[in-house]
Design a protein around this ligand. Structure first.
Ligand code: COA
Length: 191
């Protein structure tokens, strides 16, 4: 029996939270880990709503905090399902920080959480298809598929690189100009 699909809007979710002093790091800005935890929460809300099941986080892509978030900012995390596979789904999360006194809004990052649905038996569960109702939804789905393929290609290339690695002249040329010095045999102790 095929599962009935849901449009993107069915599971779109937003969390808004006030950045209190307890969330700050030693520099007085909001801790990246606090933002990641909130992002994970909204990704779960969105993914589990679409899936109709419990979901777990498999991976997180594109976490670059482009601008600092300040204590007192109102942070909103807007989550949409971008892509669905058979048991996995990608949730795109746009994070903005708003200073209510100056009425300024900063876009701090957009990240992508890959989640996997689990059924009541704890096994991976099929997710409903995604109904794409506008051009933006099509662009996001195609972009997620492209990112997934590019990542798979990069992973394969890195595996081959590691498997055949030797610190030969090519590698030395590759490292020229980098902030490292090769001093083989100086210290072979492992801690
Ligand atoms: C997520 C988890 C269930 C995947 O289990 P698995 O048996 O390795 O899964 P599979 O290889 O069958 O893949 C399941 C889905 O994830 C996708 N997937 C697996 N590895 C992937 C990767 N590196 N990138 C993108 N998708 C990936 C697969 O394509 C598949 O999706 P599909 O069914 O839509 O095609 C398992 O790794 C797990 O339980 N991880 C811990 C999750 C967790 O606890 N997270 C909280 C943070 S600690």
């Amino acid at each position: 029996m095929s599962i009935e699909g849901h449009p993107v809007r069915y599971s779109q979710s937003t969390i808004t939270e006030l950045m209190v002093p307890a969330y700050a790091n030693f520099g007085g800005k909001i801790h990246g880990g606090t933002l990641l935890s909130l992002m994970d929460k909204v990704a779960y809300v969105c993914a589990s709503k679409h899936a109709g099941n419990y979901c777990v986080t498999l991976s997180v892509d594109n976490v670059h905090f482009l601008q600092p978030v300040e204590v007192g900012d109102l942070v909103s995390m807007m989550a949409s399902v971008n892509y669905v596979g058979r048991t996995s789904l990608v949730v795109g999360i746009k994070v903005i920080a708003e200073n209510v006194q100056t009425a300024t809004v900063k876009h701090t990052n957009t990240s992508y959480f890959t989640m996997v649905a689990k059924g009541p038996d704890g096994m991976k569960a099929e997710v409903p298809p995604l109904i794409l109702e506008d051009e933006e939804a099509i662009r996001r789905f195609a972009s997620a598929l492209r990112r997934r393929r590019l990542r798979a290609y990069a992973v394969k290339r890195m595996e081959n690189y590691k498997a055949s690695f030797s610190a030969d002249d090519n590698v030395r040329a590759f490292l020229a100009g980098e902030r490292c010095e090769i001093r083989l045999g100086v210290n072979n102790h492992r801690t």
